[in-house]
Design a protein around this ligand. Sequence first.
Ligand SMILES: Cc1ncc(COP(=O)(O)O)c(C=O)c1O
Length: 462
Amino acid sequence: MPKVPEALRRSSPPRLPELSEPELVRHFTTLADRTFGVDTGFYPLGSCTMKHNPRVHERLAGLPGFRDLHPYQEDEAAQGALELMWRLQEMLAEIAGLPAVTLQPAAGSQGELTGLMLMRAYFADRGEDRDTIITADTAHGTNPASVTMAGYKLAKVETDARGNLDLDDLRAKVDERTAGLMLTNPSTLGLFDEGIEEVARIFHDAGALLYYDGANLNAVVGISRPGDMGFDIVHYNLHKTFSQPHGGGGPGGGPVAVRDTIEPFLPVPRVVRDADAYRLDHDHPKSIGRVRGFAGPFGVFVRSYAFMRAYGPGLKEMSEVAVLNANYLLARLRDVYELPYDRHCMHEFVLSARNLKREHGVTALDVAKRLMDYGIHPPTVYFPLVVPEALMIEPTETEPKERLDGFVDAMRQIVVEAAAEPELLRQAPHSRPVRRLDEVRAAKHPIVRYLFEEHPALVEVE
Ligand SMILES: Cc1ncc(COP(=O)(O)O)c(C=O)c1O
């Protein structure tokens, strides 16, 4: 064992907070009891698809042949894992309506970056110099962030009065410098873009590409395919659409599908099948290279594969029920909250608490905090940015009608409370382990280190 050089060695042991094992167990158990998750209650966090994760997936991901596989295992001894990955690629390709898939990216946002790197490689190969990506003004924050990280300039296109991309604004912005569009469809307003074919025509006529942010794919699986809409590159959020416990940082999966013209640039290694054998293929000279260690988040692949196989050809029903549940909630809440775009929604919808603010000085944040007192996780708030006092609600397909009705009752009761006792909402939550937090301070001054100075008793013991 090589020795640490004398000069770099500690002169005294590190200062670590010490507790007995039972005290430590109590500490973490208490924290766990305070946690709220999809297993504790309704979690309609818009755009995040917090659905139930069947427990059988954990058993499958824990099978010794999967669990104990070393990432450097030679292909011949990892045939089962490679076959699973290959089959998952095939299913995802069918869902997107595009021929080739990489499983490597670890999240939707990394899929976005990968997609933009693919665009760059594609245009470089054609000797074209394009520098701008267009996103919608409803785009998720990761879209502009990925555009900037990939070294592109960003241009934003506005949303029209029906909640579609404004085609006139779009036509004025697309030119020979445009590399592509990055769009979620259905959008973060929960609306399917009615002009998507014309949008695709505008970009393709200009020689540009279309990127599909698949965060909202839960609305359309088996019903419409991004490839058929004209998208050239698509990412999936396996942790949203295809079951994977998420929130709190992962792990996630963000595979990317592409049209045949972009296939040569996909990351390596690629999982391929030769006759009846599977292998990792590195031989793609135009590839953008690796975007993640090893072959990607394998446990995520097992869970998503199991999820899709359990549904089988009925996968479409998943999206149909997700859309039905969202429209049911919308129909039962639209008379008490403002509805900025009066259309049927897809798997989620956006209401505005502007009426409560105007009439009673109660904000979307107050509504969200009060929902916690009813044992419900707040929806996404203040996003998309084009809707003031936005409440973005996504029930998912895994909720029964009774649970949806409970949410409606709470949301309607909050409107009654806003008129009768607005202060109750402004001070909410009242029944949670912590009350209203100073979120700006928590974000700007996070305490991420144990401060001995604040625990002199422990320092003395030391
Ligand atoms: C519309 C949209 N796009 C992209 C993302 C990024 O996905 P991920 O969290 O997997 O990086 C999200 C995540 O919530 C999203 O809602």
